[in-house]
Design a binder for this molecule. Structure first.
Ligand code: PLP
Length: 455
C-alpha cells in the first residue's frame, strides 16, 4: 500500500463522515479515493482506472473531462463569481438557463425556481404545493403521496418522500402529511401470472382506494420518478402512469415529476415524462442538468402554481423562500453549457444509437442462474441477484452478495452500484458501444464469481 493511500485513507478515516456508507466498517481498508477523470473513466490515488458504470451518482452525463464545462465555469467565475436572485436581483446565466430549460421542458411548465440539490428541489416542491393550496383556500388539502422505493432525497421533507425504510428509521421521518403508496415493481409485487397491465390496474385501484380512505379533499399531490433509480431501478408497468394520472385528475391532485435521474436523456427522451406520457404540474431536475460538474437544481412549475405564489406575495408582502446559491451564476453557466452540448452533439441521438445495445446486453443476463430479473430503459438498468431463480429467493443479506459483486467488479476496473438485491447500471450518456461491452463483460464475469463463491 503506497504512502499516498495510507495518508489519504488515514486522514479520511480521522475526519470525514461518509454519506450512505456503513460507518461501523473500517473505512481505511475500503476507501476508494478518486483523483481524476477522463471520459467515462475515473482514476484512483493508486493509478487504477475504472469505467464509471454509474456516472458517479447517476449523474455525470457528459463524462469526467468535458473541457467546455471547465471553460464555461472559468469564464463565468472571472466575470461574475457570485450574485443572487433575492429582492429582484438577477444574473444573466440564471435568466439564460431558465429560458433554455423552459424551452425543452414538458408543456405547461412556465417558471423556474433554482436550488442546489435534488433534495432541495423536491423540498421546495412540497412547500409550493402547500402554499398553493393555502392560497386556493383549501388548507386541508396537504397530503403528498410518494411511493415505496421512490427516492427523492434526504432533507426533512424530501427524506420523508423517499420510500426507503432506512431513510426514515431513527430520523423521526416521515413528517406529517407525507404518505406512501404501492411500489410499482412488477417483479417484486405482481401476483403469479399477473400481466403488467393487470398489475398496473390493480395499483391504480389501490391508489384510488388510498385517496378515498385519506379523503380526496386532504390529498394535494403525488410525486414520482418516471423510473425510480435508487429504489432499485423500478421501470413502471405498462399503462401505469396513464391510469394514475386519470385518478389524479379526478381528485384534483397535482403531479410532481422527479426527473433528477431521468432528466436530460437518461430514458431515451429528453425527460422521463416524455417516455411515459406524464403531464406534470411541477418537475424537479438536478444531476445531469450540469452533468454534475457543479451543484444546481431546479423546480419547474405550471402557470397556475406561479399565479398562486404571486397572490401569496401580495398577501404577505414577499415570497419568503429562496436559498443563497439559487441560480448561482457559475453553476448556471455550466448548466447552460451542458444543455448546449446536449443539443449540439445530439446526445439524445447518441443514446438512441447505443441504448439498444445496452439493453440487449442487459436483457441477455436474464438467462444467468443468479439473475432473477433484468429491467431497464434507455441507458439505465438493473439486475436482480437471486439465490434461487425459480423461487426468486434473494440471498440472505448477511452474506453480502451485492457488495461482494460490486467489489469484484471494482477490482476488475468497473464501478457499478449494489442496491439491496439489485445491481444498477447508469453510465455517462456519452458511453460508446465498446465501453458498454467492457461494462457487461465485467458484469458477466461478476456473475461467474457469484456462482463460484455463493452458490
Ligand atoms: N431525486 C432523485 C430521483 C434522486 O435520485 C436523488 C439523488 O440521488 C435526489 C432526488 C436527491 O438529490 P440530491 O442528492 O442532489 O439531494
Amino acid at each position: 500500500m503506497s504512502t499516498l493511500r495510507n495518508s489519504n485513507a488515514e486522514r479520511d478515516a480521522r475526519t470525514l463522515v461518509h454519506p450512505y456508507s456503513n460507518l461501523s466498517y473500517d473505512t481505511e481498508s475500503r476507501l476508494l479515493t478518486i483523483v481524476k477523470g477522463d471520459g467515462c473513466y475515473v482514476e484512483d490515488d493508486q493509478g487504477n482506472r475504472y469505467l464509471e458504470g454509474m456516472a458517479g451518482l447517476w449523474s455525470t452525463s457528459l463524462g469526467f473531462s468535458e473541457e467546455r464545462l471547465a471553460d464555461a465555469a472559468n469564464a463565468q467565475i472571472r466575470k461574475l463569481p457570485y450574485y443572487h436572485l433575492f429582492n429582484h436581483r438577477s444574473t444573466e446565466p440564471s435568466i439564460d438557463l431558465a429560458e433554455k430549460l423552459l424551452s425543452i421542458a414538458p408543456e405547461g411548465l412556465e417558471k423556474v425556481l433554482f436550488a442546489n440539490s435534488g433534495s432541495e428541489a423536491n423540498d421546495q416542491a412540497v412547500k409550493l404545493v402547500w402554499y398553493y393550496n393555502n392560497q386556493k383556500g383549501r388548507p386541508e388539502k396537504k397530503k403528498i403521496i410518494s411511493r415505496w422505493r421512490g427516492y427523492h432525497g434526504v432533507t426533512v421533507a424530501s427524506g420523508s418522500l423517499t420510500g426507503l425504510p432506512a431513510n426514515h428509521a431513527d430520523f423521526d421521518l416521515p413528517i406529517r402529511n407525507i404518505i406512501h403508496a404501492d411500489c410499482p415493481s412488477h417483479y417484486h409485487h405482481a401476483n403469479p401470472g399477473e400481466s403488467e397491465e393487470a398489475f398496473a390496474q390493480r395499483l391504480a385501484e389501490s391508489l384510488e382506494a388510498q385517496i378515498l380512505a385519506e379523503g380526496p379533499e386532504t390529498v394535494a399531490a403525488l410525486i414520482a420518478e418516471p423510473v425510480s433509480g435508487s429504489g432499485g431501478v423500478i421501470v413502471p408497468p405498462k399503462g401505469y402512469y396513464e391510469r394514475v394520472q386519470k385518478i389524479l385528475r379526478k381528485y384534483d391532485i397535482l403531479l410532481i415529476a422527479d426527473e433528477v435521474i431521468c432528466g436530460f436523456g437518461r430514458t431515451g427522451k429528453m425527460f422521463g415524462c416524455e417516455t411515459y406520457g406524464l403531464k406534470p404540474d411541477i418537475m424537479t431536475v438536478a444531476k445531469a442538468l450540469s452533468s454534475s460538474y457543479l451543484p444546481i437544481s431546479a423546480t419547474l412549475i405550471s402557470g397556475k402554481i406561479y399565479d398562486a405564489l404571486v397572490e401569496e406575495s401580495r398577501k404577505h408582502g414577499v415570497f419568503a423562500h429562496g436559498v443563497t446559491y439559487a441560480g448561482h451564476p457559475v453553476c448556471a453557466a455550466v448548466a447552460l453549457e451542458t444543455l448546449k452540448i446536449y443539443e449540439e452533439r445530439d446526445i439524445l441521438g447518441h443514446v438512441a444509437q447505443v441504448a439498444p445495445h445496452f439493453q440487449a446486453r442487459l436483457a441477455a443476463l436474464a438467462d444467468r442462474p443468479n439473475v432473477g430479473h433484468t429491467r431497464g430503459v434507455g441507458l439505465i438498468g438493473a439486475i436482480e441477484l437471486v439465490a434461487d431463480k425459480t423461487s426468486r429467493a434473494p440471498f440472505a443479506p448477511a452474506r453480502g452478495v451485492g457488495p461482494a459483486f460490486q467489489s469484484h467488479l471494482q477490482r476488475n476496473g468497473v464501478i457499478v452500484r449494489a442496491l439491496r438485491d439489485a445491481v444498477a447500471f447508469c453510465p455517462p450518456l456519452i458511453i460508446t458501444k465498446e465501453q458498454i461491452d467492457v461494462l457487461f463483460d465485467a458484469v458477466e464475469d461478476g456473475l461467474d464469481f457469484v456462482a463460484r463463491e455463493f452458490s
